[in-house]
Design a binder for this molecule. Sequence first.
Ligand SMILES: Cc1cc2nc3c(=O)[nH]c(=O)nc-3n(C[C@H](O)[C@H](O)[C@H](O)COP(=O)(O)OP(=O)(O)OC[C@H]3O[C@@H](n4cnc5c(N)ncnc54)[C@H](O)[C@@H]3O)c2cc1C
Length: 266
Amino acid sequence: MAFHGSLFDPRAGTAQPLAYCRGLAQAARRAGARIFEHAPITRIGHDGIDWIVVVRGDAVYATHLLLATNAYAEALEGAPDPAFVPVYFSQFATAPLTGAQRATILPGGEGCWDTGRVMSSLRLDRDGRLIIGGVGNVAGPQGAVHRAWAARKLAQIYPELAGTPFEHEWSGAIAMTADHLPKVVSIGPRALSVYGYSDRGIAPGTVFGRAAARALLHGDPTALPLAIAQNHTERFKTLRTLSYEVGATAMHATRPAPFLTHRHPR
Ligand SMILES: Cc1cc2nc3c(=O)[nH]c(=O)nc-3n(C[C@H](O)[C@H](O)[C@H](O)COP(=O)(O)OP(=O)(O)OC[C@H]3O[C@@H](n4cnc5c(N)ncnc54)[C@H](O)[C@@H]3O)c2cc1C
């Protein structure tokens, strides 16, 4: 048995994160925003009136400032480093399933995830690829363990897909916090840093972004779903990152039992 029970919430859905990001960018442009790609900020400062944001030696002045760099925060002089534990998550995608397979596998396009500490997830993309995800870095030294786990997990949940190869795999960092809640930290006058979505930032990130913009522009901290902290720290970050990867590798090496790799439907 793969799961002891489940909760079905018909309000939920899935999104393609890159397409969603591009859609948000288009909407922002239509609303008058200017977007600069490949423009890393290296330093920020405040001159008593405005924020000065330095991008490759050029200065940009701003009355309000929102840092939203989450797990990919790059070193920034003049601002405290966002405190979170970087944890890797990997995804594996099959070829598009056949019509017959799609009729029985997540037929409503449901996105699923479990509540395990070394959590895993399942969903279909637009073309019907089954995407299985789990904690651990497939691009790291233990990649083969995570890849083999994904194949066994697929066979455990859907025996009819045993032996189906993965056509794509990728991984990225997520920003975990100790209580798994995002953090909103003040970094000076009319300036906030928002991060730490703990693997749940796609929809919440949009909500927090809008709320943070309102809080800054109207000077109204109650627009935010969480109180603004003056600072935030996380303990034993390196150790905890390591424990997630080692824990995920140990779990993926042994569960589900490796013999399932070779199981085929009769
Ligand atoms: C494999 C994987 C699967 C995931 N699955 C899910 C899921 O199913 N559901 C879910 O809700 N979330 C999921 N997440 C988490 C989700 O992707 C993040 O929570 C979300 O992308 C955070 O959005 P963001 O805009 O805050 O940060 P990001 O999308 O990470 O964007 C931050 C940007 O800031 C830029 N940046 C950093 N430093 C600087 C600097 N100094 N100057 C300029 N730019 C800078 C970075 O380059 C980056 O482009 C997943 C993450 C991974 C890696």
